[in-house]
Design a protein around this ligand. Structure first.
Ligand SMILES: *Cc1c(COP(=O)(O)O)cnc(C)c1O
Length: 354
């Protein structure tokens, strides 16, 4: 992919690394590339970060034909910058694209483009502990047309956002709320694609959880409302009787890169880990018999999110007496040590940039 590069002549002031928050600061440049049926994906370019001006009839605004990704660039102790399993994100972006009738992107060329963009923005990769540069590739349908069909033209863009430690007050267990009124996704739907509509669909349940004093929604499957699927926009793990259990990928669960990394690390350590159906009834029973020892979520943003309390119906179930579980702690440390280059990378997950 031969890229055109246009540098910004007005660089922004960098935000305070100790108060970055998540997703509210953006760097000086972005990547853009266009698709039309004649030229395919063309005109890859890095240019100043700028608004996208579009026709009000632009299809993504009306029919939601779009996909996105989320990954991070990490600053290592010796000042380098590296990515964690970026090809997994590009492959997943292409799988999401397929589901939404969006043309795929060539993996090697796009990875090169990501690396170039991050190299140009290297000063934006923060140095403070547990901070990183969040990378958001997005593809949107751009035909100005009202009528339901796949668009003929698309824009792919990548923006970058320096983000803070996910747990500024420390790594504390969250409280989650099981909803019986709403579902996130159904098998055969778009739950396994990273597409904006899934997140819009989750907002109302999220608001209700917050009103009840809970941080995230624990989603049950959309067909029987019986099997556990995800927590908020994270995958979920349970430790029952010394076995680590995570819901099997059934078509409505988003296949997380962090989820896959937890599974592979557990296997590498010869721990017992199983991907299978797990029902809310089994979970409640395991809690009752004292066999449920931990629950944690996994995702790029938070890495690992320990769970300390679940509300299901009128009952509240607590876990771990407010402390982070041993396995949640172990996976968090192992993953972040690899990501920040503090530990060896036995799995070959690191893609150095600088
Ligand atoms: C992105 C996402 C995840 C986590 O995926 P990672 O690749 O680990 O970041 C899990 N569930 C949903 C719904 C997601 O959107």
């Amino acid at each position: 992919m031969s890229l055109t590069i246009k540098k910004s002549d007005q660089l922004k002031a960098k935000p305070d690394e100790h108060h970055l928050g998540f997703g509210s600061h953006f760097t000086d440049h972005m990547f853009n590339m266009d698709y039309d049926p004649d030229k395919g994906w063309h005109n890859p370019r890095i240019e100043p970060y700028a608004p996208i001006v579009m026709d009000p009839a632009t299809m993504v605004l009306h029919y939601g034909q779009g996909v996105f990704e989320g990954l991070k660039a990490y600053r290592t102790e010796n000042g380098g910058v590296q990515l964690f399993r970026p090809r997994e994100n590009i492959k997943r972006m292409n799988r999401s694209a397929n589901r939404l009738c969006i043309p795929e992107v060539e993996e090697d060329g796009f990875l090169e483009a990501l690396k170039q963009l991050i190299s140009i923005e290297k000063e934006w990769v923060p140095h403070a502990p547990e901070t990183s540069l969040y990378i958001r590739p997005t593809i949107i349908a751009t035909d100005p047309f009202l009528g339901v069909r796949a668009s003929h033209t698309y824009r792919l863009f990548v923006i970058l956002s320096p983000v803070g430690a996910y747990y500024p007050e420390g790594f504390n267990p969250i409280k989650i709320w099981v909803t019986r009124d709403y579902v996130r996704a159904v098998r055969g739907g778009v739950g396994e694609a990273k597409t904006p509509g899934n997140y819009a669909a989750s907002l109302l349940a999220g608001n209700k959880a917050h009103l009840e004093g809970y941080t995230q929604v624990l989603w049950l499957d959309g067909v029987e409302q019986k099997y556990l699927e995800e927590v908020g926009s994270m995958n979920i793990f349970f430790v029952i009787d010394s076995e680590i259990v995570t819901p099997m990928l059934n078509g409505s669960i988003l296949p997380g890169v962090t989820r896959d990394s937890v599974i592979k690390l557990a296997e590498h350590w010869n721990m017992k880990i199983t991907e299978r159906l797990i029902s809310i009834d089994e979970l409640i029973e395991a809690h009752g018999s004292g066999k449920l020892t931990e629950i944690f979520g996994s995702g790029t943003a938070a890495v690992i999110s320990p769970v300390g309390e679940i509300k299901y119906g009128d009952r509240v179930y607590t876990l771990g007496e407010g402390r982070v579980g041993l396995l949640a702690q172990k996976f968090y440390a192992a993953l972040t040590d690899i990501q920040y280059g503090r530990a060896a990378d036995p799995m070959g997950w690191i893609e150095p940039i600088l």
